[in-house]
Design a protein around this ligand. Structure first.
Ligand code: SF4
Length: 281
């Protein structure tokens, strides 16, 4: 099957073989469940990792989608509520910082995926990012001239620090639609609920822009992403690993004495304290 072959080829090029235990970041959406399903079919030893963001019904349904998927296939997984790991849910953070909630959510997910994966002893974290995700992210980074993030677009990033696992995105050759078809044919019940904060995600606007281009000139999305990758294909080994220490509060890998997530916690806590609002709601 095309989708399975694409994943097999990507994993082979990444030199990730079935004897490497893989932690899979799972949201309950189609991409993460499809990559988990494919890895299982190819004989990889996997464990799911789900972060419950505390976003009301959306998070409840996300968690249920992961639990149902894992139970039906006898797969192991862990769930970590953000409230317990960080001290606040996403809606509580959103109350303090109305803007850029998705970028804060992304920052928190990256931080806690790193932490929980390494705490559980995994050296590689797999995510379900697909071609549409990567092309739209590339477009956003190029528009904002965020070269630091552009350099991290390679589908395999080696671990730069013991507290950060390697990151692999083996679905990077596959489009949204191809993954959706696979999910339907494989009988995967994916999360149907949309996050109430999704309207704030700028990546959706970049995706729509690329879809528009694709409708006018088929093949442009793939060409845009892969022409960049051809130019930068060896950057996996050029990730800047210098200057990393550990956050003096949480021990995460950080180039500053205090990591971005601990600074964010202090800002949210201060917002609640100033208004004399209870910290644990
Ligand atoms: Fe997080 Fe934004 Fe995605 Fe909601 S839409 S889960 S807030 S990144």
């Amino acid at each position: 099957m095309f989708v399975e072959n694409s994943l097999r080829r990507a994993l082979k090029r990444m030199r990730l073989f079935p004897d490497t235990p893989l932690m899979v970041a799972v949201s309950g959406g189609k991409d993460s469940l499809v990559v988990w399903d494919l890895l299982r079919r190819l004989g990889y030893s996997t464990r799911g990792l789900h972060i419950n963001l505390g976003i009301g019904e959306f998070s409840r349904y996300s968690s249920e989608a992961v639990a149902n998927f894992a139970e039906a296939r006898d797969l192991s997984w862990s769930e970590y509520p953000l409230k317990e790991s960080f001290g606040f849910t996403m809606p509580e953070i959103q109350r303090a910082f109305r803007e850029k909630i998705c970028s804060l959510c992304g920052k928190l997910k990256r931080h806690f995926f790193n932490k929980h994966a390494t705490d559980e002893g995994f050296g590689v974290l797999v995510t379900g990012h697909n071609l549409d995700d990567e092309a739209s992210r590339l477009l956003g980074n190029l528009i904002g001239n965020r070269q630091r993030f552009v350099r991290k677009q390679y589908p395999l990033l080696r671990s730069p620090h013991p507290a950060m696992p390697a990151k692999a995105k083996p679905l990077f050759r596959l489009e949204d639609e191809e993954i959706g078809i696979y999910a339907t044919l494989a009988g995967i019940d994916v999360l149907q609920t949309v996050c109430p904060f999704a309207a704030d995600a700028t990546s959706h606007a970049h995706k729509r822009a690329l879809d528009l281009l694709e409708a006018e000139m088929p093949g442009q999305k793939r060409k845009f992403y892969f022409s960049y990758m051809r130019e930068n294909g060896r950057r996996e080994n050029l990730e800047d690993t210098s200057g990393f220490g550990r956050c003096e509060y949480c021990g995460a890998a950080s180039r500053e004495p205090v990591c971005g997530v601990c600074k964010l916690y202090a800002r949210v806590e201060e917002w609640y304290r100033k208004r004399e609002l209870p910290l644990n709601q």
